[in-house]
Structures are given as structure tokens and as C-alpha cells.
Design a binder for this molecule. Sequence first.
Ligand code: NI
Length: 247
Amino acid sequence: MLLHQSTWQEVEAYLERSKGIIIPIGSTEQHGPNGLLGTDALCPEIIAHEASKASGLLVAPTFNVGIAQHHMAFAGTITLRPSTMLAAMQDWIDSLVRHGFERLYFLNGHGGNVATIQAAFAESYSDWSLSGESCPHRLKGRNWWELPGIMQICRDTFPVGDGSHATASEVAVTYYGYPDSIKDVKMTPKIAPDGDFADAADYRATFPDGRIGSDPSQATPEKGEAITLAARDALIAEATAFFNSDD
Ligand code: NI
């Protein structure tokens, strides 16, 4: 069940049987020569939508622009400042809580969002902590590749050159979701360099085609399907346990 493809009456009825909702959260940023700009938003969205189809869990619209300042030297990237993202997440959380949701599960697709997501959770709890009242809602964040068992599947599928940005795994998941958008590109060098970065100019100088440590030309829709369906099952198990938890 997708929130944005439901009526208010359907959401009201859902709230009578569950107080839980999954929110895919990601980024719109360059993903190297064969990765889609939406990769970090599309991966959690594809996995969450598969989970919803299989289980009936409710999925919110995707929060699809995040912290991508370091990718701004590549065309098409859109970024939020951390302060903007904090404010926007607060309003999403407050809106859902106002309707009665008490378990909000953010399935994240972008490592650069992690610190800000955690800060948004602390911000949300702070109002309650400072007032001395008990907070009725709980917030959980999970990177999709850290769902139980998934990292191992990614390593087994791509033992060399999975990398850390524009990874073979994430590109494969988007190729499963959007087979019409597959790009056939030769990688030069085959495996991208590894290293650190600061701002956008520094990133582009260090990683000229946008990849870090990866060879995403290994990505296929079949490999993406295996990763996606395993992540779907892990997400259903984890989100269901979270939605049913009392603490
Ligand atoms: Ni990514």
C-alpha cells in the first residue's frame, strides 16, 4: 500500500490496524558514468515498494533529495543543506505523527544522509525530553545495504569492485527496477580510485568520473533482482517487528 496512491479513508482504515509506515529516503546525485542520478532514492524506493506489494505495509512518498553538496560539480545533482533537510524531515515526521503514526521507519539509500537523519531523530525526541512528557512515537533509520544479510549478498555477488560510491550493487538494483534505463559504458580505469573528499571541487578533482572504488559495469538486472528480493524480505521482517514493538 502506497500512501500517495491511497485515499484518506484508506489511510484512516490502515491506522486502525497499524501505526507503522516506511519512508524511503535518499538523494539525487551523480552516480558515475552508468549510474542514474536517482540511484540513492530509487534503491530504497524499489525495495520498499516490493515489500509493500508482498506484505501490505504502508510506504510513504520517497524523500528523494538529501545531502549531496560534495557531488555538486557534476551536472544534475541537487542538494539540501543539512539545516534544510533537518527542517524538512521534522515537518514530514510531525505530519505523520499528527495522523497517529507511532512507528516511522526510514529506509535510507545514501551514506551522506546518515548523520542528518540521526540529528533529525534527536530533534524530534528533544521536544518531548525537554517538556518532561513521554514521546508516543519511535523513529528508526536503516541503510538498505545494512539490512540483515544484504552486505554479504553484495560481497558475494561482486567480490571485486563493488566500491563505496556508484557501487555495482546499487546500480544493479536500479537496473532491476528500471531495465529501460540500463547504460552500456566502458569504465576507465576499470576500478575507480578510493579516498576521501571535502567539497565538490575536491571531489571532482579526486574522482573525475564520479565513482569511488567501484566497477559498476558489472551490474545486471538479474543481480539486482537477487539483491532487491533479499532486501525486500529482510525489510518486511525488520519493519514488522519494529511496528509491533512496545518500546
Ligand atoms: Ni549511492
